[in-house]
Design a binder for this molecule. Structure first.
Ligand code: PGA
Length: 251
């Protein structure tokens, strides 16, 4: 069966000291709770090396927030899949709405990024989700379907062992407004039906589909209890050890 996953996306937060303190706090807090899911954190790229070292004996896995699609070359300021792998990172978040909105990452770029990550044996957490306007005009299923079709639904069936999906309605990211558990389930079931149609149910049943957007310790349990919700991608609440641990304990 598929894995339950709680993944923290730290975004552009936490300097080197804060990274060390938060990881140490998490390591300690997680020793005291029973953990029934994979746990990932995604510090900024400059702190990935230390994060990998600090989680060596921990259940916590480290993922990157982004990477460039090229192998190497004249791409000032960028980091390749190979470089992530080299420092011990095994997972990368791709397609986050902030990358799409502020850095112009479109389906073509994301297709290249996903391909490069998979070629380098990195696991991909692929993010997508509709805007408020799309939801209001009841276009959300079409938008999500095209975001998936244009990037990941043309991959081989075997690639799906290394892909996690993260449905993040843009209107719920960092806004305090969460999709209701029913809205999340409705969309996750739709996403899984697209996987069934494309690859058959044995592949579809093994893909973890995370929900992201203002998940907190107070709402995680209800959202995660839904059949097709296999965990969460957590922004704000992943920056405090007690909140993040509370969400992990929801499983
Ligand atoms: P949030 O962010 O939990 O702060 O809403 C989620 C995300 O951007 O992944």
């Amino acid at each position: 069966m598929r894995n339950n996953i709680v993944a923290g996306n730290w975004k552009m937060n936490n300097d080197a000291t804060q990274t060390r303190v938060l990881i140490n706090d998490l390591n300690k807090a997680l020793e005291e709770v029973s953990i029934n899911c994979r746990v990932l954190i995604s510090p900024t790229s400059i702190n990935l090396t230390s994060a990998v070292a600090l989680t060596q004996d921990s259940v916590i896995e480290v993922s990157a927030q982004n990477m460039h699609q090229a192998k190497s070359g004249a791409f000032t300021g960028e980091i390749s899949a190979e470089m992530l792998k080299d420092v011990g990172v095994k997972t990368v978040i791709l397609g986050h709405s902030e990358r799409r909105t502020y850095f112009g990452e479109d389906d073509k770029i994301l297709t290249e990024k996903v391909a490069s990550a998979l070629e380098n044996n990195l696991e991909v957490i692929f993010c997508f989700g509709e805007s408020l306007e799309d939801r209001k005009s009841e276009n959300h299923f079409n938008v999500v379907e095209s975001q998936l079709k244009n990037v990941v639904l043309s991959l081989s069936a075997s690639s799906w062992k290394h892909i996690v999906l993260a449905y993040e309605p843009v209107w719920a990211i960092g806004t305090g407004e969460t999709a209701s558990p029913e809205q999340a389930q409705e969309m996750h079931a739709f996403i899984r039906s697209l996987l069934v149609d494309t690859y058959g149910s044995s592949v579809a049943e093994h893909v973890s589909i995370l929900y992201g957007g203002s998940v907190k310790p107070t709402n995680a349990r209800e959202i995660f209890s839904k059949e097709d919700v296999d965990g969460g991608l957590i922004g704000g609440a992943s920056l405090k050890a007690s909140d993040f641990t509370g969400i992990i304990s929801a499983f």
